[in-house]
Design a binder for this molecule. Sequence first.
Ligand code: URA
Length: 258
Amino acid sequence: MIRLDKFLAQADVAGRKKARILIANGEIKVNGEVQLDPAAEIEEEKDLVVYQGRQLASAKTVHYMFHKPSGCITAKSDLQHKTVFEYFKEEDRCGVFPVGRLDKDTEGLLLFTNDGKFEHALMHPTKHVDKTYYFWALGCIDEEKHKIIESGVDIGDETLTLPAKLKIEGSYLLTDLKQQYSYDFLKREQFKKDQMVTCGYLTISEGRKHQVKRMLKSIGCFVIYLKRIQIGGLKLDETLPVGEYRALSEEEIKQLFE
Ligand code: URA
């Protein structure tokens, strides 16, 4: 059970204060009847709450795993680019927001929820939840650079990055990767000349802007491909097609905090 004004706030109709005004103005119907009491108790799974003729999504908390494609931005709306919300069905979008953000050209695991506490537990800077990224970067990473990345680097912020974990998968010639993979980004003009590409995994426990790219740049490497593959103990479900989403199971929610 949840108070009507809180239900409206969680369903993203308005903040608690404005919700109380809407209720007082007789704009909210519960099970077909105008409800004027902001403290009226709503049974989320059962009661039908309607505002401006629209049935509001239940305030039940939802948690989704989204397999973000490259090329869309983590924003509610944008005049130029496709947004992550455009991949969600109308009925699943209401009140839902992304947990953190990924750059336009980053793909992989992005969580969505309508639960502020869930977001806080994962994203607040004091929580230090691990996030693992798979990357391809132009340049080489020797022993010394490896150590620097893991112990903390200066990326132009007030403080060094926190200790991180770097695992190198291998170093390859760009021409060899081009023969093996047909990714569009490999066709870019800037990748015409041959160079070394280092592929690997970087695990960080912070969420600074463009952090992985900036960390690798600080040791002379330029990220050309980036994919988030894990948050906490939860791995991206690789059977989930790119551009699709699904609800997290209870077990998966637990894994996030492991
Ligand atoms: N680090 C980045 O540089 N970009 C992302 O999208 C996520 C982490």
